[in-house]
Design a protein around this ligand. Structure first.
Ligand SMILES: [Fe+2]
Length: 266
């Protein structure tokens, strides 16, 4: 209280209010995010021939599409092994490498989230199956995988992401969701509001069903799981100026993205 009075007397109430705001983590986060977001915009500016407003990524007018691939039994075995790993890595609030956000720890209570697996294995899988699709969305440009998530939603669980929303990722982002298990209406399917028809659509499909979406534009949610579980592999990618991108072994769970959009590390 004494310090508060001294500050107000010396510098005025306005200055004190600014200090109070800066002390608030979310406020600082939004400020840093705004700055980093401009760097990501600059990345698009260089990628797309110095255009100020890039329309990429461009999936289609609906902002999403689906594809189906066959998953090898050995791949599913590896997923089931990796689902047991819970080597959660959290970064301190300030990192020189990543934008660190207030990760909702409640999510880990609701979802069997795996962490600490071999990221290279899953990134190679993504490249092997979808390299051309991703490059098409980015008009032939390269990309880097910012995040790989592997998780299982359990039966009779509410999904914390069950309200329709768009994500606060940075310019250029695309998300990919691959169903590892068969998903019907009882398994908490991914659900979207179709941008063209304005109707709600639930994405049902067997194992190997893959959804690409522009999460900053498409209203989406995960429905609550009824009597079945759902296992999902998901990726967050950004376009990259780099020809060759190296895969980092580990990433903090609370990293929203790399601070440097020009990085050659994924
Ligand atoms: Fe989301």
């Amino acid at each position: 209280m004494i310090i508060k009075k001294i500050i107000i007397n010396l510098f005025g109430n306005k200055f004190f209010l600014i200090l109070k705001k800066i002390k608030n983590y979310d406020y600082r986060f939004q400020f840093i995010k705004f700055f980093i977001s401009n760097l990501y915009q600059l990345n698009l500016f260089f990628l797309y021939k110095f255009k100020f407003k890039s329309k990429y990524p461009f999936i289609n007018n609906k902002y999403f599409c689906t594809k189906k691939i066959e998953l090898e039994p050995s791949f599913k075995d590896q997923v089931n092994k990796d689902l047991k790993l819970k080597n959660y890595l959290f970064s301190k609030k300030f990192s020189l490498n990543h934008l660190i956000w207030n990760y909702p720890l409640k999510y880990l209570e609701e979802v069997q989230m795996s962490w600490g697996f071999d990221r290279k294995f899953y990134i190679s899988f993504l490249e092997k199956n979808f390299d051309k699709d991703l490059k098409d969305f980015y008009q032939g440009k390269n990309y880097r995988v910012e995040h790989v998530w592997l998780y299982r939603n359990l039966p009779n669980s509410l999904n914390v992401n069950n309200n329709y929303h768009t994500d606060g990722d940075l310019p250029g982002a695309i998300k990919i969701i691959i169903y590892i298990s068969d998903v019907d209406i009882n398994s908490g399917p991914f659900s979207i509001v179709n941008n063209v028809t304005n109707e709600v659509e639930h994405i049902l499909g067997n194992s190997g069903t893959t959804i690409f979406f522009d999460q900053k534009k498409l209203q989406h949610s995960g429905l609550p799981n009824k009597n079945k579980d759902r296992t999902v592999l998901s990726f967050l990618v950004y376009p990259s100026l780099r020809k060759k991108v190296n895969v980092s072994n580990q990433k903090p769970l609370n990293a929203l993205c790399s601070l440097n959009p020009f990085t050659n590390y994924s």
